[in-house]
Design a protein around this ligand. Structure first.
Ligand code: GRF
Length: 212
């Protein structure tokens, strides 16, 4: 009988309601998914994302920027705590902070982030609002490998979402989040099971020399 590979270790960072985290936690219930969430971290207390982790029995940690003398110290503390959980992949799922140099140095190529717009359009914190203001008819979501820019890293997956005439920022963002959860679960699962490579801007699943 062949060896059953150990599930990939995911550390997920959140800042809010954590519905993307929940989708991953649910998917990880199935051993065939090939990954498990070993810790959830946040940059603030008292958020539903942390409560979801608690309910799932997953360890949590909080590092608030204001509790550190500099942004670099915060970044180092975050990186060290994440590293202690020995992640194969770090998933930023609605994490509203940019990670810094220490984080890139330790986990470069193994950090993915989900963004509620079709990159390279509408980077930053206001993806759904900016898409609505611009008047695009199609927007969506993007999963990318984090680099040192704002939502600029190599793209792993995207999903398109139609904009309705009567959309508000909230209704559009909710529809995008539905697509985002499906994209995240499917793509993180593939990264865990098949491995992946990043060459320049090209991200490919499987293959020798995979990042996992
Ligand atoms: C997602 O749309 C994410 O891309 C954005 O914030 C939302 C987080 O939602 N940055 P949740 O916390 O996973 O419910």
């Amino acid at each position: 009988m062949g060896r059953v590979p150990a599930p990939a270790r995911l550390v997920v960072l959140v800042s809010g309601s954590g519905t993307n985290l929940q989708a991953l936690l649910d998917a990880c219930q199935d051993p065939a998914y090939g990954a498990r969430v070993v810790a959830v971290g946040a940059d603030r207390d008292d958020i539903e994302g942390l409560a979801r982790a608690d309910r799932a029995g997953v360890p949590t940690f909080v590092k608030r920027v204001q509790d550190f003398s500099t942004r670099e110290h915060w970044d180092r503390a975050m990186a060290e705590t994440v590293a202690a959980f020995e992640p194969d992949l770090v998933v930023l799922a609605g994490f509203m902070k940019l990670v810094g140099q220490e984080f890139h140095d330790r986990f470069g190529g193994r950090v993915v982030n989900t963004h509620p717009a079709l990159s390279p359009s509408f980077p930053g914190m206001r993806g759904p609002a900016d898409a609505l203001e611009y008047g695009v008819k199609i927007t969506g979501c993007t999963l990318f490998v984090v680099d040192d820019g704002v939502d600029t890293g190599p793209i792993v997956a995207q999903r398109a979402v139609e904009v309705a005439d009567d959309d508000t920022v909230e209704s559009l963002h909710e529809r995008i989040k539905g697509a985002e959860r499906g994209m995240l679960v499917e793509t993180v699962g593939r990264m865990a099971r098949e491995g992946y490579t990043v060459e320049g801007r090209a991200v490919r699943f499987g293959g020798a020399g995979s990042s996992r």
